[in-house]
Design a protein around this ligand. Structure first.
Ligand code: PFF
Length: 453
């Protein structure tokens, strides 16, 4: 049954709920899994600096733009762009591209989340606890090279997300993230404090905060920008969808700023929780994605009460992954239910089944499909690369162009000032950035980073 005009559209019910859900979307495995290893691999603080610039000049304006469009459209991402664009202009294709990106991201994201969930139980059982990375490495390999385990954990994670999404926006997404986000911050502070008080922690901080500019290249800059898009869940209709659930009195620029700052804070804390501990025990910092599943268990095995801290660490990661996955899935679920008039349960189920199918290509990319590559990348790496480095930046450019050149300043002013009730001094500079700076910057970084010019 589709929503009739007499029914009130589901949405977030409080300001804290908005913050919990949007922050829940931004904070995720990106902070705990991607951010530390990409920073480690690409030169520590110099990478951090580029990432910060990308977040400010591109991330924040695009996030504000998306939330604003969403709240104006008050519908799923495709319907929003159909409603807001002039007749005959197919801007809704940008939202459709976002739906595609959501599928690609969920395919590999749900697999990493699957490992995280599996590690909570393996951590409790003690089977992954060893101070020898060779042993923890073998344990990780045993998991990812087992097709059945990989698939089952992924489906379990998908089913769990489906269960929450079925309950709807306010009683599902908002209620769950409101409980989980405070817990996430407490856990992060506890683990950060433990890591910082280890002898030898200083070296990890130096690594994280001292720059190696020799590692900077066009490819690294693209990676940093891609990370900014991925981190802030922008360029693919996710923040637009969440924006459509905002109330009319929500202060959008302030919300976006808070989410951006809190997200940066979590990334820093995650870096601070991970690197000092890694260095304190003489492990290799740039161990790629395996940092989380091979090095971290070995680090925890080396400290007193390590098993407890390790289980807490993976619970924290599972919480972070949950808020993010709910928001990724909400993009196609809302399109199917609102645009195509399917009931929410049916829309959820269809998306999950599709994902179980497409996602299995990532779940099996270390086992049954090992060795199958496209352009030299496994499905897992390919989906990650295409979504972060191509689709999300491209979506970002197009949304900026839409607002900057089609929608125009007056409409943006009306939307961001909540119909004139808020006084905003940043409007003119923001519009300038959205119209010229962000799209141009994204375009140059993308083309250079992909080696196209
Ligand atoms: N921002 C999430 C993270 O950093 O883990 C990932 C993500 C969520 C990407 C939602 C895209 C999205 F729409």
């Amino acid at each position: 049954m589709s929503m009739t005009s007499t029914q009130v559209r589901d949405g977030f019910t409080s300001k804290f709920g908005v913050l919990a859900a949007t922050l829940g979307s931004a904070v995720g495995l990106g902070n705990i899994w991607k951010f530390p290893y990409l920073t480690g691999e690409n030169g520590g603080a110099s990478f951090l600096l580029v990432y910060l610039i990308a977040t400010l000049l591109v991330g924040l304006p695009v996030m504000i733009t998306e939330m604003m469009l969403g709240r104006r459209g008050k519908a799923d991402a495709v319907s929003t762009l159909i409603k807001l664009a002039p007749k005959g202009q197919a801007w809704w294709l940008v939202a459709l591209m976002g739906v595609g990106a959501a599928f690609l991201i969920m395919s590999f994201y749900s697999e990493v989340a699957a490992w995280v969930f599996a590690y909570i139980f393996k951590g409790i059982g003690g089977t992954i606890l060893s101070t020898d990375p060779a042993v923890t490495g073998a344990a990780f390999n045993a998991l990812i090279k087992d097709p059945l385990q990989s698939l089952l954990w992924q489906w379990l994670v998908l089913a769990l997300m489906g269960g929450i999404l079925l309950m709807g926006v306010s009683r599902g997404i908002e209620a769950v993230t409101k409980k989980l986000m405070p817990l996430l911050f407490i856990l992060l502070l506890v683990i950060g404090a433990r890591s910082l008080t280890l002898p030898g922690a200083r070296e990890g901080l130096i690594f994280l905060f001292s720059p190696d500019f020799s590692k900077l290249s066009a490819g690294v800059v693209l990676t940093a920008m891609g990370l900014a898009f991925f981190k802030l869940s922008i360029g693919m209709g996710c923040m637009m969808t969440y924006g459509s659930y905002f109330r009319d009195d929500q202060h959008i620029p302030a919300t976006a700023c808070r989410v951006m700052c809190a997200d940066l804070f979590v990334s820093m804390l995650a870096g601070i929780a991970i690197f000092p501990a890694v260095f304190a025990f003489g492990f290799e910092p740039s161990a790629g994605p395996a940092l989380l599943f091979i090095t971290i268990p070995a680090v925890f095995a080396s400290i007193p009460f390590g098993q407890v801290f390790m289980v807490l660490f993976f619970v924290l990661s599972a919480i972070a992954a949950t808020g993010a996955m709910l928001s990724i899935l909400e993009v196609p679920v809302s399109v199917l239910s609102e645009r195509f008039g399917l009931s929410r349960p049916r829309a959820t189920l269809i998306n999950l089944l599709l994902l179980a199918l497409i996602g299995s290509s990532c779940a099996l990319s270390n086992s049954t499909l090992a060795g199958v590559t496209v352009a030299g990348k496994s499905f897992f790496d390919l989906f990650d690369f295409i979504s972060s480095n191509v689709l999300m930046p491209l979506g970002g450019i197009l949304l900026c162009l839409f607002v900057g050149w089609v929608w125009g300043f007056e409409r943006m002013k009306e939307a961001l000032t909540n119909g004139g009730t808020l006084h905003l001094r940043i409007l003119k500079p923001l519009f300038f950035v959205v119209r010229y700076v962000s799209p141009l910057l994204i375009l140059i970084v993308m083309l250079k980073g992909l080696g196209l010019f």
